[in-house]
Ligand binder design. Structure first.
Ligand code: SF4
Length: 332
């Protein structure tokens, strides 16, 4: 993994679109905006640019790769014409050896446009057959995974229903930056309930798995992959570790691969330099209590602002979670 990108869950990025505008609180500290404005001048990111010369790049990559489509923008932004999105999907069709991971916050446009994309690609398939250059189309494209970003329960409830209506070989979630507790149970095919157990300092959240229906996530149904992580960079908001643990536990209960990308800027590992805060279950932060005897607020976890995301690390409860869905790799 990671041929040309530091993003842990892919090998490389492909950016036929650059630039974007913000749609929700997960965008507040957009890393792509910071990079683009540094390279191209303040404000450049707000102009969406179509990078035609990048369109054919995947056709030239010989070895199979996992390709994150548009790390520097959003393919389904309103400023990207339908015809250009279709061109991107055409390249993904013609590069079956790669696995393309298309991630968006524009769930509605993605869901609305997919039938049109299929129609256009089927037309192209027929045209190619006429000129004796047949290229078989399997729909949905087996090498294209479609995902939405989810930062809070509110956005889960809005974006995931559109995603699960959208045909895709694998549907996935990027739950990053995680800004609150998120219950995915209805899309993962598990029933999930929690209750606050114990007394005094020993009080803790305890998950209860009530059932595990047969209709689980996975290729072709529901949600087949979950990536989660905290925020990095200036202004990063600390996640409560409990939010990440429950996401992992929901995925494990459902048999859905879970990928813990990063703690980000904040870590529960206090053995290092950096400011500390107490993170409450609802995401609010407080300075550590002045008197150790006063203890931390109930349900809170003390977190340290790390020097970098590498300092914060990627372990959750003592292990790295790098689970991936099965890939379909065809040499074309
Ligand atoms: S949708 Fe993605 S690329 Fe666009 S502003 Fe938000 S975080 Fe940045």
């Amino acid at each position: 993994m990671n041929i040309t990108t530091p993003i842990e869950w892919t090998d490389t990025t492909w950016n036929p679109v650059r630039g974007c505008t913000k749609v929700s609180e997960g965008c507040d500290n957009c890393y792509a905006e910071a990079i683009d404005n540094r390279w191209n001048g303040p404000g450049s990111f707000a102009t969406v640019r179509l990078v035609r010369k990048a369109l054919d790049a995947p056709l030239r990559w010989r070895e199979p790769r996992m390709v994150f489509v548009n790390s520097m923008g959003d393919l389904f932004h309103d400023a990207v014409p339908d015809a250009f999105v279709i061109e991107v999907f055409t390249r993904m069709w013609w590069a079956p050896r790669h696995t393309f991971q298309v991630l968006t916050k524009r769930h509605a446009r993605m869901a609305a446009l997919l039938p049109r994309i299929e129609e256009r690609l089927r037309g192209l398939e027929a045209d190619l057959a006429l000129v004796d250059a047949p290229t078989t189309l399997t729909w949905p494209l087996p090498n294209v995974w479609l995902g939405v970003s989810v930062e809070t329960q509110r956005w889960a409830d809005i974006r995931i229903p559109a995603l699960v209506r959208t045909p895709a070989a694998v549907r996935f979630l990027s739950v990053e930056p995680l800004l609150g507790p998120v219950d995915l149970s209805r899309w993962l095919g598990v029933e999930w309930m929690e209750s606050f157990q114990g007394w005094g300092a020993k009080r803790h959240w305890r998950p209860w798995l009530l059932a595990s229906p047969a209709d689980r996530g996975g290729p072709g149904t529901g949600v087949g992959w979950v990536i989660a992580g905290g925020e990095s960079g200036r202004g990063a908001r600390p996640p409560h570790p409990h939010w990440l643990r429950t996401l992992r536990d929901q995925c494990q209960a459902a048999g859905v691969p879970f990928f813990f990308k990063q703690w980000g800027q904040w870590t529960p590992n206090l053995a290092g330099r950096g400011r500390q805060v107490d993170v409450l279950g609802d995401g609010r932060t407080l300075p550590p209590s002045a008197s150790p005897s006063a203890g931390a607020p109930e349900g809170s976890v003390r977190m340290r602002r790390a020097i970098s995301k590498h300092d914060a690390g990627r372990e959750l409860d003592g292990r790295v979670w790098d689970q991936l869905p099965a890939r379909v790799v065809t040499h074309g």
